[in-house]
Design a protein around this ligand. Structure first.
Ligand code: GLU
Length: 460
């Protein structure tokens, strides 16, 4: 889940958006795009797969300009990192445009309904459904339409929406991923984090979950989803740009330690259904027949991923009574491994590009194994090689000692252990529901522990 920038004001919008996206690059991304609108009512859009330089090159070749606009760096969750899937996304009329970080859990249901109503989808993203949904509620007031759409969205999201018909206005909403409003002089900003804003203003409002911001050139109004005003005190950020990238922490590793609750929540969203006490991993098609037919699961990984696999072995064997072996991916292809018929290989890799892990995956594939991967980057080589991918949502990890990449792998392994246990009939529904309930609580429990970091440091 990546970066959002939005701008309304007196400056040329494109450089503000591109500069902002550059300052969000540290969050990692696989594609990027911007949409700018002129007050006279024309919209221009540019999107490119890959690095920001590709978008910049495209804009140099065909420049665009506008009076307000939005930009996005994408970390794909639904649909590969292509230009068509890159944000911003539009409704059918092309007048409502939005960027989104997060995951819409009920997007399939929404898409089917909207398609039945005549909407044509042009991307594979969950995000596009939001654009069409807002459009279906639009009766001349963007803010009202966004609010009505929010009532129907399930999942986590940070959104910024603009409309060609309502100049100099952005509607932002948060339920999960962060959003910050920058308060300028005759100009205002929205971004996923403070670095894009800092060179223009140090006065910001951190939007809370369940809040909507109506941002124009001269004003910012914060309300709850129902539309009631929420009084907020702007904060003055005194960090320099480097500290801001570290979120005010002394170093990236500390920041990443504190990002774990959020990364875990993002990795579990859409998988756990607490009320039903059930868990879904549709990516694997793990029905009873498949689950019972697997004689052994072979987990492959290097370094941190190998350690996560060792923990996974405990959980999977204990809960699902499924034999698991854990291999160093770097050794696998050199030792003439035995892969019995029906065995499944699952490669754990944060980047999806670890050379030894990819070589082990190819070896397994050549020997006829079904191939899964637990990976942090959609579109990476591991996800392209694998028959099925369980994605983690750790975001980029800069600290060399792994933190959130490791714990999100564990979260997904725990989901697999429970799903496999249920599918193999090794645990009953009551036990599964208890485990799902416990797993749902892990992110907030983690946050609670991390709140005591000062005290823990003293003890250490
Ligand atoms: N789920 C959206 C997509 O796949 C947003 C991803 C993001 O947060 O960058 O396009």
């Amino acid at each position: 889940m990546c970066g959002i920038v939005g701008y309304v004001g007196h400056r040329e919008t494109v450089p503000v958006l591109l500069g902002g996206l550059q300052r969000l690059e540290y969050r990692g991304y696989d594609s990027a795009g911007i949409a700018v609108v002129k007050n006279s009512g024309s919209l221009d859009l540019a999107r490119a797969a890959g690095k920001l330089v590709n978008l910049v090159a495209q804009l140099e070749a065909s420049p665009i300009s506008g009076d307000y606009g939005i930009g996005h760096t994408r970390w794909a969750t639904h649909g590969p990192p292509t230009e068509d899937n890159a944000h911003p996304h539009r409704d059918g009329s092309g007048k409502i445009v939005l960027v989104h970080n997060g995951i819409i859990e009920n997007f399939l249901e929404l898409r089917e309904r909207l398609q039945a109503g005549g909407c044509e989808f042009v991307s594979e993203t969950d995000t596009e459904a939001i654009a069409h949904l807002i459009s279906s509620h639009y009766e001349g007031n963007l803010e009202d339409a966004v609010r009505a759409a929010l009532e129907e969205l399930e999942g986590i999201y940070a959104l910024v929406v603009i409309s060609v018909d309502e100049p100099q206005k952005m509607v932002a909403a948060r339920q999960g991923p962060p959003l910050v409003i920058g308060l300028g002089d005759g100009e205002n900003f929205v971004a996923s984090d403070v670095p894009p804003i800092l060179q223009y203003t140090r006065d910001v409002i951190f939007l809370d979950d369940g809040q909507v911001a109506l941002v124009t050139q001269e004003s910012v109004r914060i309300t709850d989803f129902a539309g009631h005003d929420v009084p907020v005190e702007p904060q003055r950020i005194l960090w320099d740009a480097v500290t801001a990238e570290k979120g005010g922490y002394r170093h990236f590793m500390l920041k990443e330690i504190h990002q774990q609750p959020e990364a875990l929540r993002d990795s579990l969203v859409g998988r756990l259904h607490r009320t039903a006490g059930s868990l879904a991993l549709p990516e694997l098609d793990l029905d009873e027949q498949l689950a019972l037919s697997i004689p052994r699961l072979i987990l492959l990984g290097c370094g941190t991923s190998w350690h996560a696999a060792l923990v996974g072995k405990y959980w999977i064997e204990q809960l699902a009574r499924l034999p698991v072996s854990v291999d160093h991916a770097s050794e696998f292809r050199y030792r003439d491994p035995i892969i019995e018929p029906g065995a499944v290989t699952c490669a754990l890799t944060q980047s999806g590009e670890t050379a030894d892990t990819l070589a082990a995956m190819r070896e397994a594939k050549d020997r006829g194994a079904r191939l899964w991967t637990i990976c942090n980057v959609i579109g990476s080589m591991a996800t392209r090689l694998a028959d099925a991918t369980l994605i983690t949502q750790a975001g980029p990890e800069i600290g060399v000692a792994s933190t959130k990449a490791f714990t999100t792998q564990l979260a997904v392994l725990a989901c697999f252990a429970i799903a496999a246990a249920r599918a193999r009939g090794a645990i009953d529904q009551g036990r599964a529901a208890a485990l799902v309930g416990a797993l749902t609580e892990v992110p907030s429990r983690m946050a609670e522990v991390l709140n005591h970091d000062e005290a823990l440091r003293d003890i250490a």
